[in-house]
Structures are given as C-alpha cells and as structure tokens.
Design a protein around this ligand. Structure first.
Ligand code: URA
Length: 202
C-alpha cells in the first residue's frame, strides 16, 4: 500500500467510524486538514459546531484566530496539518470524555506515524494533557506551562512540542489574546525559522 493510500484509508475509516457515542450526534466527522508533507501539526480538542457542519477543522471563530496565529509564526495554514484529539463533535461542545479520547487516539497515532512531524503545536489543556500523558511529560496545566518547549516521543515520533492556550479561550478572555500571540511569535516562530534553515520547506 502506498503512503497516500494509507493516509486516505485513515480518513475513510474516520468518516465511517462508530467506535464511540459521538458518532450518534455528529453531522460530519472531522479527520483533519493539511498535506502529507506537513512537518508541523496543530492539535486541538474536538470539532465545534462549524467544524461539524463542514467536516473541516478550525473553520469557526477560533479557526480565524488560529490562521492569524499561524501567520504570525511564519506558517501558512495550507502547509500544516490541523486536527483534533477527537474527530467528532461532542454534543453542546462539552469536553470529550476519557473513553471517547481513548477510542479515538488510534487515528491520531496513525496520522502522526505517517506524517512524522518535527513540531507539534498543542492547543489547550485537553490536547496537551493527552499528548504529554502519553509521552510521560509532567504537565502542570496550560496556565503554568504554555509557551514552553518539550522534546517528546509520542506514538514513536520524536518532535518538539509547544503547548499554548486554545484560541477559543481568547474569544472569551481577550487578555489571553496577546499571551497566545506571544507564544506563537516568541516560541513557535524561531523554531519554524530553524526548520527552514535545515530545508526548503517547514
Ligand atoms: N476547537 C477545536 O478544538 N477544534 C476545532 O476544530 C474547532 C474548535
């Protein structure tokens, strides 16, 4: 099987997934968006209303802010892979439950093993807690640990990871906006610039 066939196979499995209760209330699963060549992966929590309607991650208000954040770090949305810890919207945007996360993680694992990204940007506590739990990193919460860089190995992939607040948090608390922007400009941007020095694409 070619890499591309494996890649699209994962998407097709997610689109017909019924492993957990979230399939009952979803409109569309949201497998993720971005090229198989992406060296940067952005991981959020779970699709929201707009994402559930469209099947595309981060297209609602939080997604607009995410696009600004990526640009501020010298990244184009089209060159990164954007996905979530769970691929279907929890009803009423509640947090995904532990069993829903564990049923869904196999998909993220396969996506990351194929992509072999160099950088993971973790948006919010759910993404960071889940990934650092798997990687054996002590996690003190996004308030304390946002903007730090952790070298991790997760699902067999070695990458630099940067946790920050979820962009939706800035929509409720405008003071967070500059803090998230700083994490992207002061922490993510130099890492991306470093990757670019090593090769012609991030
Ligand atoms: N919030 C997320 O965590 N993911 C999305 O795709 C949209 C909003």
């Amino acid at each position: 099987m070619s890499l591309y066939e494996e890649w699209s196979g994962i998407f097709n499995e997610i689109r017909s997934c019924r492993k957990c209760r979230l399939h009952e209330s979803r409109t569309n699963p949201v497998p993720g968006e971005g090229p198989l060549t992406a060296r940067v992966v952005v991981i959020g929590e779970a699709p929201g209303r707009k994402e559930d309607e469209s099947g595309t991650p981060f297209v609602g208000p939080a997604g607009k802010f995410l696009n600004t954040l990526l640009e501020s770090a010298g990244l184009k949305r089209e060159e990164v892979f954007i996905t979530n810890i769970v691929k279907c919207r929890p009803p009423g945007n509640r947090k995904p439950r532990r069993d829903e996360i564990s049923q869904c993680l196999g998909y993220l694992s396969r996506q990351l093993r194929l992509l072999k990204p160099r950088v993971l940007i973790l948006l919010g506590n759910t993404a960071a807690e889940t990934i650092y739990g798997l990687a054996g990193v002590e996690w003190h919460g996004v308030m304390k640990d946002h903007g730090k860089v952790f070298e991790i190995k997760v699902f067999g992939v070695e990458a630099l990871s940067i946790p920050t607040f979820h962009p939706a948090a800035a929509l409720y608390n405008p003071r967070l906006k500059n803090i998230i922007l700083e994490d992207f400009t002061k922490v993510v941007k130099p890492i991306i610039a470093g990757l670019e020095k090593g090769s012609s694409q991030p």
